[in-house]
Every structure is written in structure tokens, then in C-alpha cells.
Design a binder for this molecule. Structure first.
Ligand code: SF4
Length: 279
């Protein structure tokens, strides 16, 4: 069986940067998981003693706390700065951009529309930068627009960095048909495009696709859904332990891709395990 990696996969710029920052600050802790990959978080704990806090009330005054790639809500950041020795911001610059857009456009009197998942930490953070929290609306699809009541007649739109550009275009088209002024910011990140395009290409050729990444990672789930559109035998796994040899029976071409938070060493272990299965 041929095993091939997508032409673009795995770690993106923002995740590489966050890991490098965390490695520089041994004995620190992150506020929320630094990235969406448990194995990498465990490695940072083991090799660099980088701990993990899940809530603000757990931090101690002597701590050095690292803000994760997805960012945190504005008020949490303010609280944190008051409560600990040092705050290191590892928020990806592509996430800081929509935070600043929301802050500025909201200040200029625009209603804010965010295309994203309301429960996602990145979206919670971006949303928190609006000056009027009652006029920032989060939707997942164009149909959700019918439940949105904007306070202003001018609207500014941003998207969660990992969302599908096609759906964003549909939302924006629907908005323009009904509103006088719509400002659209393309905040979807290129790393996501590249990994998605490469996943689309390889899944058209493969008869089995393995997508490696955190099950709670939005960009990994997106890759899995793109692969499923082209290859019904597409599996999402976090690491090699979840592979099942039966998936590979009578398969000739295995494509592999990985989410933006998946380290190369996890990918290599998956490839080695697939190779170990008897044909
Ligand atoms: S996927 Fe893009 S926005 Fe998200 S961390 Fe990576 S580079 Fe930043």
C-alpha cells in the first residue's frame, strides 16, 4: 500500500511560535491548553515543566503565565496581568487581528458579526473586544442570520481563523442583499487554506485517508469533513493507538494529513504503525 502525506499538513506558523515561546519559559504555565494537542501539551510538561491552568482563580502571584494561541477574553487578560508576576502573550498574530478589528469597528459604531463557533475559545476572545457586547453576533451558517438583530445599519464581519471561506462568502452575500453598509474582513488564516486545499487534492486520489489531530480542534475537524467529501474511508485519530488494522484491508493508497496543532513526531508514529500492519 502506498502511503503519502498531503503536500501541506500539520503545524502552522502560530503553533510553532507558541511552542517556541513555551519552551523558552521553563516552569511557567499556560492559561487554557496552549494548542489543541494533548500529546504535545504532555511533552511540554514533561520536558519543560510547562503547566496548565484551566481557570483564572488557580493562578498564583509568582507565576509566569503564557496566553495560548487562541487568545483569551479581554477581561481575563486584564485580571491575569494584575494577578501574576509575568504574562507572556503567545496569541497567534492572526487571532490578534480579528480581536483588533472587532475593538476598532465596534468603537466606530459598527454592529459586529462573527462567523464562527460561539463555544470556541478563539471566538470567545474575539467577541470580548466589542465595546457593545449586546451587538456582537456569532453565527455558524447563513441560515443563522434570520435570528440576528443588529442595532446599527452598518455591519463589520470577521471570521474565526479556521472557518471555510466558501461559507463565509455565502454569509457575506446574504448580508449585502439586506444592508446598506457591510465591511468584510478576511480573517481566515492561510495556513488553514493550504492544509485544506492539500487535503482536498490527496483525498480525491486516496482510498483511505487518515486525519491526525485533536478531536476538539476545529481545523482538524474541518480537514476531516473535507476528506469525507471525497473519500468515505476517512478517519480522524489523535495518535497511532487509535488506528485499526481492519481499516486498511484491500486498500492501495493511504493519504495522510494533520491538523495545525499536530507535531511531526505524532505523525511519524502513525506512519510507522500503518507500515507495520500486514498487507
Ligand atoms: S491556524 Fe492560523 S490562526 Fe490558527 S494558530 Fe495557526 S497560523 Fe495562527
Amino acid at each position: 500500500m502506498k502511503i503519502e502525506l498531503a503536500s501541506s499538513y500539520g503545524f502552522c506558523f502560530g503553533v510553532k511560535r507558541a511552542i517556541e515561546i513555551a519552551q523558552k519559559y521553563e516552569n511557567s504555565a499556560t492559561m487554557g491548553p496552549l494548542i489543541h494537542n494533548e500529546d504535545e501539551i504532555n511533552r511540554l510538561k514533561k520536558d519543560f515543566n510547562v503547566g496548565l491552568y484551566s481557570q483564572l482563580s488557580d493562578v498564583k502571584p509568582d507565576d509566569t503565565v503564557i496566553i495560548r494561541t487562541h487568545g483569551i477574553p479581554k477581561n481575563d487578560l486584564k485580571e491575569l496581568k494584575k494577578g501574576v508576576k509575568k504574562v507572556i502573550n503567545a496569541t497567534c498574530p492572526f487571532v490578534t487581528t480579528p480581536q483588533n478589528i472587532v475593538k476598532n469597528m465596534s468603537k466606530d459604531g459598527y454592529s459586529i458579526l462573527i462567523f464562527g463557533d460561539i463555544e470556541h475559545p478563539e471566538v470567545k476572545g474575539v467577541k470580548s473586544y466589542a465595546s457593545d457586547l449586546d451587538d456582537v453576533h456569532v453565527i455558524l451558517c447563513p441560515e443563522d442570520l434570520k435570528n440576528v438583530k443588529f442595532k446599527n445599519n452598518k455591519i463589520a464581519c470577521v471570521a474565526q481563523t479556521t472557518k471555510k471561506k466558501e461559507t463565509y462568502l455565502e454569509i457575506v452575500n446574504a448580508l449585502i442583499l439586506k444592508n446598506k453598509e457591510v465591511r468584510v474582513f478576511n480573517t481566515i488564516c492561510d495556513a488553514t487554506f493550504e492544509n485544506q486545499d492539500a487535503a482536498r487534492d490527496i483525498s480525491k486520489k486516496a482510498d483511505i485517508m487518515i486525519v491526525i489531530g485533536g478531536k476538539s480542534s476545529s481545523n482538524t475537524k474541518q480537514l476531516h469533513s473535507i476528506c469525507l467529501e471525497n473519500c468515505k474511508n476517512s478517519y480522524l485519530i489523535e495518535n497511532e493507538n487509535e488506528l485499526e488494522s481492519s481499516w486498511f484491508i484491500n486498500k492501495n493508497y493511504c493519504g495522510i494529513t494533520a491538523g495545525a496543532s499536530t507535531p511531526d513526531w505524532v505523525i511519524q508514529k502513525v506512519i510507522d504503525k500503518i507500515k507495520s500492519f500486514k498487507p
